[in-house]
Design a protein around this ligand. Sequence first.
Ligand SMILES: C[S@@+](CC[C@H](N)C(=O)[O-])C[C@H]1O[C@@H](n2cnc3c(N)ncnc32)[C@H](O)[C@@H]1O
Length: 384
Amino acid sequence: MPCRSESVYAVGNKTDELSQDLPELPTAPNGTTVLVHCRAGFEREAAEELAGQAAARGFKGTTEARPGLALFTPAPPVALARIAAALRYADLVFARQLLFSSALCAGLPVGDRVAPLVAAARAQANRYGEIVIETADTEASKPLLRLCRGLTAPLRQALRSAGLLGDAPMDPAWPRLHITFLQSSSAVVGLSYPGNFSPWPMGIPRLRAARGAPSRAGRKLEEAFLTLLTADEREQRLRAGMVAVDLGAAPGGWSWQLARRGLSVTAVDNGSLCGEVLGSGLVRQVRADGFRYRPARPVDWMVCDIVDRPDRVTDLVVRWFLEGWCRQCIFNLKLPMKRRLETVWRCREVIGATLAAARLRHRLAFKHLYHDRIEVTGYLTRLS
Ligand SMILES: C[S@@+](CC[C@H](N)C(=O)[O-])C[C@H]1O[C@@H](n2cnc3c(N)ncnc32)[C@H](O)[C@@H]1O
């Protein structure tokens, strides 16, 4: 039996060992499983956060963590459209991608994986705008990437022939079909909805190393701009002539990202900045403690990549907003080894509650970016 199109997955609350092999899976008729991709090592945080968001919307269920993935299965089972309308990708810090699935295809025949996958896709929706074939972002899953690449063209062709896939250019109103391979013989068939997914396969942006960039750290800020700001915000709030302060700036990757967009940057760090960054003419260095530095006049942006305790950085961000020193901020919270989810929740609560008490309208978002390691990135902006 290659495919179960109505059903879901064995889940328990076993999270001590992340299982690489698929266990025998019971069927939950008419059910849906929610699947998120995450960084390997953060599966428990992703699963707990997912279950927490589902519980807040009234869904009980069970979670399972697998390498690079977390799953939540509502119990009693619910229709895919119902839970999909309730969960938001943007609110899940540790989710790189958010998918809803009503089908696990197991025992896929080596010679013809396409036919059962198309059948499962048809059972789930009658039209898709695009197809993405992916796997977990783990060392063990790397061999599956070749299979994913090899199947993309034949699957796309078969879906078109079956009338399930629109012709290019894709209609943004249709869901995207996601096939997530767990093993070469088994895949989760799921979908993501417009406005509620990461645009990149497996939630991984492939950002090119820009010429002259002083460090890889700059890609973190670039990804933050792409992930946490809307297209309108990027256009309105990253304009040449704007002014930024970069706390913990050395060797200068973040300052360089700001300067290449034409912003003037004060880079605060006792460490040395790379010559190319200073040579841009838009970056000046101040050797000072970032926790004590204050700007002579309000600036458009404060960004902060200082490696310090998350509550210290949180207090710093709150202070900049209460004092009116900046309009928006991107900051990194370095996470402790334990209680990482609780730390993010606590910092989010402190910022939200303090600014609300000061009647300061704002938007706050966090994401565990692909370029983040044991840290998350926050974006805070005033709403006028
Ligand atoms: C992760 S690095 C920043 C990398 C930088 N964002 C880039 O793109 O190149 C952290 C920096 O914070 C600086 N730092 C640590 N404590 C600081 C403090 N209290 N004030 C200012 N800078 C600090 C360190 O000197 C270090 O250069």
